[in-house]
Design a protein around this ligand. Structure first.
Ligand SMILES: [Zn+2]
Length: 437
C-alpha cells in the first residue's frame, strides 16, 4: 500500500480520438434517457430496512440490461437469514462479452436506499426533475450512479464499437445494512472475484470530478452495564445501570475523544474533518423503555449503548477495541458494583487502493480529458461495498466513482445534478474504451 500526494499539476485537456468523441456524443444524445432511468429507479422504493421491492428493481434493471446487449442472471441470497419470502434478497449479475473474456471491467451499484425520514418538501419516491436536479430518495445514493454505469456501457454500443474486453454489471442489495446478502454474498460465491474481473468501479456519490480509493475502518461495539433492581423510591438499595452508563459516556467524552482528536490519517478522507478518528453513540437505552406506559418505580438493572468507532488506517483494530475496554475496566476497578458486558457487532478494516493502479489512472485520465484537471484522489469517511470486494473477492483494482454528492446521501430532498450525472456517464464511458478497448 502506498499513500502519496494526490495531485499532479494539471495539464490541458487532451484532444480526444475519434472513438472517444463518438461515445461522448452518444452520451449527450442519451441524456434524457439517463435521467428517465434514474427517475424510474427512484420510483421503485427499495427501502432498507426492511429491504422492500428488491425483486421489482432487479427485474427492471435486468430487462434494461438485456436491451443493452447484456446477459443477465438473478442471484437470490440463498442461505442468508435476511433472505425471507416477505423480503427476498435478490441480486443481479450481467455481462456483455467483448472479443475476449478479459480484461473485465465490473460496475457494481447497490439498489437499496435508506428510509425517507422526515423533512421532505417533495414526495420522496415520486422521482422528479426540479430545475437542473433529480430529486428523490436515492437520487445521489445511488440510483444516479447505477444509471450512469448502464448508459456508459450503452454509449459504447450505440457508437457501434466492439470492445476487446468484457463489461460486467451487478446490482446488489443491503449495502446500507452491511451488504452481507449483497456484495459479500456475490464475492463469497465466486461471482465477483479477481478470478472473474480485473477492475471494479462502484458508482457511489463521490462527485463526477474526483476518485475515491478507499475508506476508514469501522468498529461497532455493544456495551451493556449491569445494575441491580430495587424499588425506585429507595434507589440506594439497588445499583443503577443507567448511572454507570452515564459515567462511562462521560469518560468517553472526557478521556477518549480528546485522544481521538489528536489522531490524523494521511489518507485524504473527505470532508477533511473526517481525517481524525471518530466516535459516535448510535443509541442508548436503559431500564424501562421511555415510550412504554405505565412505568413502574424500578432502579434500572440494565443499560445498553451501541458505539460506532471509525478508525484510521494507521490504527490497529485491537488497539481501537482495547482502549474502550480499558475505560470500562478502570471504572470496574474503582467501583466493585460496576459490572459490564461488551459484544462486537461489526468490524470493517480500512481499504485503500494503490493510487498507481490501472483503474485509478484510467479514471484520472478520463476526468482530465473532460475537465482539464488532474482529479483529487480521496477516501470516504464511511465504508461501502469495496470492503467485501477487497477482503472476500481479492480484488485490488477498485474505486468508488460516481455522480451525486455524499453530503446529499440519506438527507431530506436528496438530489443529484443532471450535469453531474451526464459527466460521470462520460467518464465511465471513456474508462470502458480505455480499459477494454
Ligand atoms: Zn451508497
Amino acid at each position: 500500500m502506498t499513500l502519496r500526494a494526490p495531485h499532479r499539476a494539471h495539464d490541458a485537456p487532451q484532444p480526444l480520438g475519434g472513438n472517444a468523441q463518438r461515445v461522448l456524443d452518444q452520451v449527450d444524445r442519451m441524456a434524457d434517457e439517463i435521467v428517465a432511468l434514474t427517475l424510474d429507479l427512484i420510483r421503485i422504493p427499495t427501502v432498507n430496512p426492511p429491504g422492500a421491492h428488491y425483486r421489482d428493481c432487479v427485474e427492471y434493471l435486468a430487462q434494461r440490461l438485456e436491451r443493452f446487449g447484456f446477459e443477465t442472471r438473478l442471484l437470490p441470497a440463498e442461505g442468508r437469514p435476511e433472505h425471507t419470502p416477505a423480503h427476498p434478497r435478490i441480486n443481479l449479475l450481467a455481462e456483455r462479452r467483448g472479443r475476449r473474456p478479459r480484461p473485465a471491467l465490473h460496475f457494481n451499484g447497490h439498489i437499496d436506499v435508506v428510509p425517507a425520514g422526515a423533512g421532505w418538501s417533495v414526495e420522496p419516491f415520486a422521482g422528479r426533475v426540479i430545475e437542473d436536479r433529480i430529486v428523490g430518495r436515492g437520487a445521489s445514493d445511488m440510483k444516479a450512479g447505477i444509471a450512469a454505469s448502464l448508459f456508459a456501457a450503452e454509449a459504447v454500443r450505440r457508437a457501434g464499437l466492439e470492445l476487446e474486453g468484457t463489461l460486467q454489471f451487478s446490482a446488489t442489495v443491503d449495502e446500507e445494512s452491511g451488504g452481507l446478502a449483497g456484495m459479500a454474498h456475490l464475492c463469497q460465491h465466486g461471482w465477483i472475484t479477481r478470478e472473474r474481473c480485473d477492475y471494479l468501479v462502484i458508482p457511489e456519490p463521490l462527485g463526477a470530478d474526483r476518485i475515491c480509493l478507499g475508506h476508514r475502518g469501522v468498529l461497532w461495539l455493544e456495551v451493556t452495564t449491569l445494575g441491580r433492581i430495587a424499588h425506585g423510591s429507595m434507589p440506594f438499595l439497588g445499583v443503577s445501570a443507567v448511572d454507570h452508563m452515564a459515567e462511562f459516556v462521560h469518560r468517553l467524552n472526557r478521556e477518549l475523544r480528546p485522544r481521538l482528536e489528536q489522531r490524523v490519517t494521511t489518507m485524504p478522507v473527505e470532508p477533511p474533518a473526517a481525517r481524525r478518528a471518530t466516535l459516535n453513540i448510535n443509541g442508548l437505552a436503559g431500564g424501562q423503555p421511555p415510550g412504554a406506559l405505565p412505568q413502574s418505580p424500578c432502579v434500572a438493572d440494565r443499560c445498553v449503548a451501541i458505539l460506532d468507532r471509525r478508525f484510521l488506517i494507521e490504527e490497529r483494530p485491537e488497539q481501537v477495541r482495547g482502549e474502550i475496554v480499558a475505560l470500562l475496566e478502570q471504572l470496574a476497578a474503582a467501583d466493585p458494583e460496576f459490572r459490564f458486558q461488551i459484544r462486537d457487532l461489526l468490524e470493517v478494516l480500512p481499504v485503500w487502493t494503490d493510487p498507481e493502479s490501472i483503474v485509478v489512472q484510467s479514471a484520472a485520465r478520463a476526468i482530465q480529458q473532460l475537465s482539464g484537471h488532474d482529479p483529487p484522489r480521496i477516501a470516504s469517511p464511511g465504508s461501502y461495498d469495496q470492503k467485501h470486494a477487497v477482503r472476500l473477492g481479492g480484488l485490488s483494482d477498485c474505486i468508488a466513482y460516481g455522480p451525486g454528492l455524499l453530503e446529499q446521501a440519506h438527507r431530506p430532498d436528496e438530489f443529484c445534478r443532471i450535469d453531474d450525472l451526464v459527466r460521470a456517464t462520460k467518464v465511465m464511458a471513456l474508462m470502458c474504451l480505455d480499459l477494454l478497448g
